[in-house]
Ligand binder design. Sequence first.
Ligand SMILES: [Zn+2]
Ligand SMILES: [Zn+2]
Length: 252
Amino acid sequence: MLETSAQTDARMSTLGSIADGEIIIPMNCPCCRNSLIEVELYGELVDRCRFCGGLWLDPTELGSLVRQGSAPTSIDGARRRCTNGLRCPKCNHAMAPVQYAHDSGVYINKCLSCEGSWLEPGQLELLIRYRIGTPATQALANAWDDKLRRSNNLRFTRELLRSRLLSGGTVLAFVLFVFVDTGELQSAILLAASFLLPLVCIWFADIAGDLKRISFGIGRPTITRSTPGDFVAIGGWILLLSRIAVLLWLRE
Ligand SMILES: [Zn+2]
Ligand SMILES: [Zn+2]
């Protein structure tokens, strides 16, 4: 009977090979005892049992395969043939079933000594599916991502709105510009002082917003409710920028 290439590969790998002076010791399937052969999977060279389809993975290979694997369309033959008493094909230590990522529901056999993993047929696909999640969990993750990004944008805008550096810098730049232009120190100081109210609104927006029962003049109008700090800060900016605009317009 002629030997198939599969049988040749299997026979060759039981003999061992020499690469770069290092003897590669063949490994046998911990489940069905047939020899393991090297195959490429998602760009990684891994050891697979050609007879039962089980996979032997080094500690680093497992995570890499689960991350790189593409979504399985179907998971065929996910079954557990050898459940107990497996021994590591590499170091012959006992292996124990361990749940991947603590909540995946997929129990893989892990060597307690070299930390390599033995995956039965279909288990890698189950792990990839676990990593990708169902369409529902994916949608939830995307929505959460979106929400987080929006709230980050909002926080950035609010920080910008109350930025002391930006508002103070704007006023300082304008005052310096006027001073250089006119050379009058006293009027520059008075000009800077005239920006006190908008700067207070921007710098202390929340405190200013909380001030109640302030009477402007006699009787009404009186502020009776606290104002959101954002509104106070926006008001401050309007006051600040319109003042600069008016002053620039008057100079012409
Ligand atoms: Zn096998
Ligand atoms: Zn081991």
